[in-house]
Ligand binder design. Structure first.
Ligand code: ZN
Length: 199
């Protein structure tokens, strides 16, 4: 979709593509910035440029960070034998905010979906199998969405991971994951992790 030449209208259109911002909210945000450009608009422009230039995808787990491997993968205090598999970076960030997982992560980049045309080759599955096969890996925890697609993906992953001999577990049932995960309080997430079970 081409953007209009008018800078204000262009800004509204771009902002309205963000999650949680419809056209009306985007217009209000732009108006607020226009009324205080020195304090809001220019710092935001700098912040956006800095973040866009600095942030990259972690070569190990696909987290977004300013370094690769990311700061989670680099942290020497983390349990490297434990890999938590999530659908997207937002789930990783939610689990990190809760502080309940002391191991590493693996971002799949989606879940299998026949309707959405997402097959195994579209997800970071080969890399996960390779990580699970490393000698130090003891357990792969699946923290996937509590949906049909999430369950299908979980079973597919369990089949693919079986030859590695690594234990595969999933979060306690009934925990909404995927988008909804970041609205859970820390205690609920920690409980779901503690109560994980074999797949
Ligand atoms: Zn990483």
């Amino acid at each position: 979709m081409s953007l209009p030449n008018d800078p204000v209208e262009r800004l509204i259109q771009i902002l309205s593509r963000l999650p949680g911002l419809g056209r009306r909210s985007a217009r209000r945000a732009v108006l607020k910035m226009l009324q205080d450009p020195q304090r809001l608009m220019l710092p935001l422009a700098d912040g956006l440029r800095d973040a866009a230039e600095a942030v990259r995808s972690c070569e190990v787990c696909s987290n977004l960070d300013v370094v690769s491997p990311c700061n989670v993968c680099r942290d020497p205090r983390r349990d490297r034998g434990l890999i938590c598999v999530v659908e997207g970076v937002s789930d990783l960030w939610a689990l990190e905010r809760g502080g309940a997982h002391g191991g590493l992560y693996h971002v799949l980049g989606g879940v299998l979906s026949a309707l959405g045309g997402v097959g195994p080759e579209d997800l970071s599955i080969d890399a996960l199998v390779a990580r699970a096969a490393e000698p130090g890996t003891r357990e792969v925890i699946l923290a996937l969405p509590a949906t049909v697609e999430g369950a299908t993906t979980g079973h597919y992953l369990a089949d693919r991971l079986e030859p590695t001999g690594t234990a595969v577990t999933r979060l306690a049932q009934g925990v909404p994951i995927g988008g909804a995960l970041d609205v859970l309080d820390d205690g609920t997430l920690a409980q779901a992790l503690r109560a994980r079970r074999p797949l």
